[in-house]
Design a protein around this ligand. Structure first.
Ligand code: GLC
Length: 596
């Protein structure tokens, strides 16, 4: 099988604001990132995804873009970007950018023009609607919003603009007006922006929030008798599984008319056709749950994140992963044999892997198991910066220090609308905010974790646990560190064809202690370049023991092999071969072996 680069690659997400500060102003930048390319190469990753680096007023940390064809001044210049890209490519590192299609910033010139009157050339570039009641009514004389839709970030989804005497729609913050994608001029302008970076040589895009691009064309009101503040309150305070399910159902019912409206498949096809005009297999990965956006497997997105995999609380269990794989791989197979999986456990919107899947006792073991899972399952893995050194969530206790304005809105709405005690609201805001997983990267045990000079205040507080060994410098020469483990496992994946392209076959499906499966390349399949063993096919056994139990595996009757030649064991085995008659697993052992 000839795989494309994005099928073989291990991706690494860089959050530019927090990754590396090259000019010492407390904000990450391109000079900083470029200086860390050797680090990334040594880590073993093959491709970088950059969260938005465009000019932005930062109401949503860069996801509110005011110019799609430039670099935010705090990150450097376009030349700095070009240098970064050239240096990355020199090291064989691919680079994909974030493409935010649904909305722009309200400071984007397109919106400024659009909101200025009802008859300007861009009047129809955003989602404008009249009040269904005469203007002059309502508290400020502005009528009433067109319907009861909510923004998922800050209350009403409609904001009134006096210049037009109309409302505009925003699924996210009011500073993020939704574009009108049914207007061909909008498409042309956004495709031109996409081409701008493709022309410069970027290797593809991660597509932001694609499910929000089209809404129900009838603007059907939802029927949940709650405001955003109330529904957030319900979901942040849900304790039992039943309460969580109920809150989830309320969310779904509240937003169902605002997501997944008709038209997205055609739009994705158009964008894919643009990428296909370029050489070098440029690629798209979609931020959505639904693999249907891979089209027929060859005409829409190359990848769609398997988000359902990460949506579980600690501990991660074999049963959960197995069930996820069963459903996901079946869904992909139904699309096309070419539809390729894409697994991840962390990104800039979700809690840190180390915290989320830890149990407070065996966090280190569980973080390693999470990595081993994404690197050995079938599909392209995405890692998030900082997870390789075990960065943890950092709770920002003072709401005034939050930079994630969605959380600021949450705090204020709890205190002002729902009369929640401010201390309790602050505690909850610290948990629900995404700031906790976006704090600056720890490069050393020097002040500010080596991210920026001690005299400078970084844009978000640095987690003080950089001083406890959670930093690159302390870990890079320690063979027992998490960082060394990442490097080693990534290298094993790359050197083992079956782990990259092999079929997935679960074993011992009833165990909830360990997760065992095979990755197999049939003998007739063409070999990959690496270890040579694929010539006659290759079968690799992966056993991930998620428990303290020490079960004994007896695989000889199930498999046409006798021995397992160890490629990796986290339990320090003395032999490098085990008989399949009996493998005694260690607690939390990660075992990867080629079967013979
Ligand atoms: C995506 C981004 C998130 C952002 C949102 C709105 O979900 O990952 O960070 O807030 O889109 O652009």
């Amino acid at each position: 099988m000839t795989l494309k680069w994005w099928q073989k690659a291990v991706f690494y997400q860089i959050y530019p604001r927090s990754f590396a500060d090259g000019n010492g102003d407390g904000i990450g930048d391109f000079k900083g990132i470029t200086a860390k390319l050797d680090y990334l190469k040594d880590l073993g990753v093959d491709a970088l995804w950059l969260s938005p680096h465009f000019p932005s007023p930062n109401w949503d940390c860069g996801y509110d873009i005011s110019d799609y064809c430039a670099v935010a001044p705090e990150y450097g210049t376009l030349d700095d970007f070009k240098t970064f890209l050239a240096e990355a490519h020199k090291r064989d590192l691919k680079v994909i950018l974030d493409l935010v299609l649904n909305h722009t910033s309200d400071e984007h010139p397109w919106f400024l023009e659009s909101k200025s009157s009802r008859d300007n050339p861009k009047a129809d570039w955003y989602m404008w609607m009249d009040s269904p009641r005469p203007l002059g009514e309502g508290p400020g004389g502005e009528g009433v919003p067109p319907n009861n839709w909510q923004s998922c970030f800050d209350g009403d989804a409609w904001t009134y603009v006096p210049e037009r005497g109309q409302y505009y729609y925003h699924f996210f913050m009011k500073q993020q007006p939704d574009l009108n994608w049914r207007n061909p001029e909008v498409k042309a302008a956004m495709w031109a922006a996409a081409r701008f970076w493709l022309d410069l040589g970027v290797d593809g895009y991660r597509l932001d929030a694609i499910g929000t691009i089209y809404e129900d064309p009838n603007f059907t009101p939802h029927s949940v008798p709650m405001t955003l503040a109330e529904i957030r309150h319900a979901s942040e305070t849900a304790q039992t599984a039943a309460e969580k399910r109920k809150a989830g159902k309320l969310w779904f019912d509240m937003f169902k008319y605002q997501l997944g409206g008709p038209g997205l498949h055609d739009l994705m096809k158009e964008l894919r056709a643009i990428l296909d005009e370029y050489d070098g297999d440029r690629m798209l990965v979609g931020e959505d749950d639904d693999p249907a956006y891979m089209g027929n497997g060859d005409d829409e997105l190359q990848l769609v994140f398997n988000f359902p995999l990460m949506r579980t609380e600690a501990p991660l269990t074999p049963r959960w992963i197995r069930q996820n794989q069963k459903e996901r791989l079946a869904a992909l197979a139904a699309i096309s044999p070419k539809a390729w999986p894409c697994n991840t456990f962390g990104n800039h919107d979700s809690p840190r892997v180390y915290t989320r899947y830890g149990d407070g006792v065996h966090d280190a073991e569980r973080a390693r198991l999470a990595l081993a899972t994404v690197l050995t399952l079938k599909g392209t893995p995405f890692l998030y910066n900082g997870e390789e050194i075990g960065m943890t969530d950092y709770m920002i206790a003072d709401p005034a220090k939050l930079r994630d304005t969605m959380a600021t809105w949450y705090y204020e709405s709890m205190v002002n609308q729902l009369k929640v005690d401010p201390a309790e609201a602050a505690r909850r805001a610290a948990i629900m905010t995404r700031d906790k997983n976006r704090t600056p990267m720890h490069w050393s045990n020097q002040s500010n974790g080596g991210f920026c000079p001690s005299t400078v205040t970084p844009w978000l507080p640095v987690n003080p646990n950089y001083a406890e060994g959670i930093n690159v410098k302390d870990q890079q020469d320690n063979i027992n560190s998490l960082l060394s483990f990442y490097k080693r496992l990534i290298r094993i994946r790359k050197a083992t064809p079956a782990l990259v392209e092999g079929d997935y076959l679960p074993l011992d499906e009833r165990s909830n202690d360990y997760y065992a499966f095979l990755r197999t390349i049939a003998p007739s399949a063409a070999p990959l370049q690496a270890s040579g063993s694929a010539q006659g096919g290759q079968t690799v056994l992966v056993v991930l023991n998620f428990s303290q139990q020490r079960p004994v595996l007896k695989l000889d009757t199930k498999l046409p092999f006798q021995t397992a030649r160890l490629l990796f064991s986290s339990s320090g085995r003395s032999r490098n071969e085990e008989s399949l008659k009996e493998i005694h697993l260690g607690a939390f052992e990660i075992l990867i072996a080629e079967l013979q």
